[in-house]
Design a protein around this ligand. Structure first.
Ligand code: ZN
Length: 193
């Protein structure tokens, strides 16, 4: 399959989105090709982040395409923004600050539903890059939020479970509706060629 060929997106209701993904043990050509296709998919759907389970692959790989606005909230975020689109293999949060930040989040796997989630505002991230080098970087701002959202996907967790208490009832109602609607489409959405 061509590396620019977008995948279809698996949406809420699909079991793969609730399943913890497996670590990647070797960065093969297949993994590199998959990462390129995920970047193409992320941009085709106008996303700023994508996790492999969202394209039906239960492996710990995420792509980020956070647009660089200004210099980022922290030096680490600025350094990461300069590398977008970025591929993170087996990413994990080593530590995080006590302070939290609230962002309105959305997700390609939960189309047209948005909600506020409170997360640590700065995290220390560890991951492998596609060339096999190890990345350890502090990161704040929208990128920190996005990384945490994507790592949640690798652990089988959707953001709708994490919205602030005030919005939980409403988001659950909308998410249930969406899940019913998409089950008729086998929980896949595709870009029309
Ligand atoms: Zn998502």
């Amino acid at each position: 399959m061509k590396s620019s060929q977008p995948y279809s997106i698996h949406v809420i209701g699909d079991k793969i989105l609730r399943t913890p993904a497996a670590p990647i043990v070797e960065i093969t050509d297949e993994i590199r090709n998959m990462a390129q296709r995920m970047i193409a998919t992320m941009f085709a759907f106008n996303g700023i982040g994508l996790a492999a389970p969202q394209v039906g692959i239960s492996l710990r790989l995420v792509t980020l395409g956070v647009p660089a606005r200004g210099n980022g909230n922290t030096p680490g975020e600025a350094a990461l923004l300069a590398q977008m689109p970025l591929v993170l293999i087996n990413p994990r949060i080593i530590s995080h600050c006590e302070e939290t930040a609230m962002h309105e989040e959305g997700c390609l796997s939960v189309p047209n539903i948005y909600g506020h989630v409170e997360r640590p505002s700065v995290v220390l991230l560890e991951a492998l890059k596609l060339d096999g080098s190890r990345l350890v970087m502090e990161c704040g701002g929208l990128t920190a939020c996005c990384i945490q959202h994507e790592i949640d996907h690798l652990n089988g967790v959707l953001f709708v479970k994490k919205v602030i208490p005030d919005e939980q009832y409403e988001i659950r109602r909308k998410a249930d509706k969406l899940e019913q609607r998409y089950s008729a489409m086998n929980n896949h959405i595709r870009i029309n060629p």
